[in-house]
Structure formats: structure tokens, C-alpha cells
Design a protein around this ligand. Sequence first.
Ligand code: PLP
Length: 407
Amino acid sequence: MIRINENYKKLQSSYLFSDIAKRVSAFQKENPEKKIIKLGIGDVTRPLPQACIDAMHMAADEMNDIKTFRGYGPEQGYDFLREAIAKNDYQLNGIDVAPDEVFVSDGAKCDCGNIQEIFASDITVAIPDPVYPVYLDTNVMAGRTGFYKEGRYEGIVYLDGTAENGFVPELPNKKVDLIYLCFPNNPTGATISRDELKRWVDYARANRAVILYDAAYEAFIRDDALPKSIFEIEGARDVAIEFRSFSKTAGFTGIRCAFTVVPKSCCAYTSDGEKVALNGLWNRRHTTKFNSVSYPVQRAAEAVYSSEGKKQVRALSDYYLKNAALIRKEMAALGFDCIGGENSPYIWVNGKTDSWAFFDRLLKEAGVVVTPGAGFGKCGQGYIRISAFNNYEDVQKAMERIKEALE
Ligand code: PLP
């Protein structure tokens, strides 16, 4: 008898975005004349940078010429892109990352979901709350948790984000093996200082743990005091893996390109205590299960690092940051405590009431869609996430409507 992976039965159905969609469509039916403004889902709205489009066109033409046509590329990504990433994102900032430590992929979602399979199934995993749900669900699928009880999975060490700690969790009070961190954070927009990040690196070194550092939103950091990469921290190369993406940086959510950095000195252990380099394991996993990203997309990603590309990409994140600043300013002026919106495209607002009640009020009274914080974990209750990914004019309109509704 064929049997299923019963860990899947432990998963909680994620009703968050479908619940939101249902409430929005019911409201729209009752108010067909009302233009709803969506500041909910974290998807980009601006078109791709011209430098990326030009590079894709050229690559498409190469694919139409027998002399330049390419079939399968290297599983880890073409050298031209791995070298551009290592140089521009790391080496030019004084960070030690080599091209063969960069693994190109079709998304940080897949990478931070897939990476856990190179670790043992009986390790202890620490996951923040509130959280980007992929980290949690992929560990449930892999059987690293017990059942879901009172809003949490048994066996997971939750790292609580609260107003008191500014949504930068404290170190765990028990020994853990694998730690997920994400800064600038989705959903809270919180950022971490170098000193705070150093405490995590020191913890990982002392406990022979590994940190999975999701830096998908690093392009939004403007404050030089904040680390853009965990590898800025001394000792991190031995205990950390970093995920990055062109999705929010360069508008690639629909094009798909990202990368993971696995330093050659980052290790984990066999049950006998033998040290094993994770770069080799991830390379093995990648070459067995992945055939990399299409050539035109990798050329488009490479163009992000051209001089024109750099300017255009910066303009994109500047645009969303301007939206974020406006949202934060207006919500703060209405008396709400906010996190994020600076160095981040998300604003995490303490609604001082049930997340869904606040969501409903903003939808019904202002025609604005946000995301209820409770959908990201227990600690998200009472909060909403407002996304800056929209047109400035619509963000302005949304803020005027919210002001009118709540004042
Ligand atoms: N990591 C975080 C924290 C995200 O918020 C997202 C997307 O919303 C991703 C990863 C996924 O990025 P990608 O589009 O590269 O799969």
C-alpha cells in the first residue's frame, strides 16, 4: 500500500491570503464602485530595469543563433553571474565570498525551503515568530516537529519577536542546532545591528549550530550602521548560510532568480562528530535536483551589476522606500507604534486590537487591504503588516483614506 508522508497532515492550511481574498471580494461585491487599494501582498509593482530587459533581449537573440545557442547551463549558475555576485555584493564591500560559494537558483523561497534537507531530521530548530512561513512549514514536512497545538508546533524552539525586544528575538534559552534569521524582516520590517548579529554568530560558534540568514530585503538598507550580509560579522563564514534574491531588489518576482552563499568553511557534523563542509553537500544536492536558471534570466541578473543596472535598481528600492516612509509617517501620526518602513519595505503596525478586526476596519472604512499580523504567528496578533509595494499615488490615497476613517 502506497503511503503518504504523514508529516504533511500536521501542516496547518494557510488560509491567510485566501481569507483576505474572500473578504476583499465580498466587500467589492457590496461596494462595486469603490476602488480598493492593496497594500497587502509583498509583490513588486514596478517594471524591470531597462538594463535587465536589454540583457534579456540580447540573450534571447543569442539563443536564436547556432553559433551562440546554449543548452543546459552549469547547475550552480553561469560563472559570469557567480563572479558578478561575489564581486559586487561581497568583495567590493570587503566581504570574503568566492564565486564557487555562490549557488544561483530560481528563488530564495525554494532555497530556504530546500536547504533543511542537508541536515539531520532529529536536530533542534529555532524559528522566529512572527515569521515568513516557509521556514516553519518545510521543517514540518521534513518531520522535525510534533503536532500543532495552541498555535504552535511541538518540538520547534520559537524565537519570540515582541514590542519589548523590537522584534529582534533574544538568543534561545536552550541549545539549538539550526537557526533561521531574516533581516530586514518579513513581516515586521525590523533590522538587526552588527552587535546583535554578532551575538547570534557567537552563539552558533559556541554551540556548533548553523544560522540560515535570509537577506532577501538587504537592498532596502540605507543605514550604513546596519549589516547587509551576515558575512560582515567576524566568524560568520564558519556557521552561516545566506539567502539573497533579485525578486525585491530588481523586480524579478515573475522572472525568478536568486542565490545562496555557502562558505567553504561552513560545516556541520556526522553523528560520529566528523566535520563535513556544507558547500560540498549543497553542491551535491543542487547538481542532483536542479538545472539552474535560464540563460536569458541569468544575463538579466548579471545586468543588475552593470553601471546602468546599479542606478536603475537603486531607483527601484528608493521608490518603494519613499512609499514606506510615507506609510510609517502617517500611521505614526495617527498614534500607532510602528516598526520597519525604514531600511525595509514593510511597516509593522501595532493596531492595539485584534489583527483581523483591524484588517476589516481598514477594508470597510478605508477600502485599503493590509495583512493581519496574526497570519505570521502567535506573536503577530494585534499587528498588521502594510506593504510599500505599490504606486506612490495609490499609497498617498490609501493613507488619506485611512486618516479619514480613523481620525
Ligand atoms: N524570503 C523572504 C523573507 C521573503 O519575504 C520572500 C518573498 O516574499 C522570499 C524569501 C522569496 O523570494 P523569492 O522570490 O526569491 O523566492
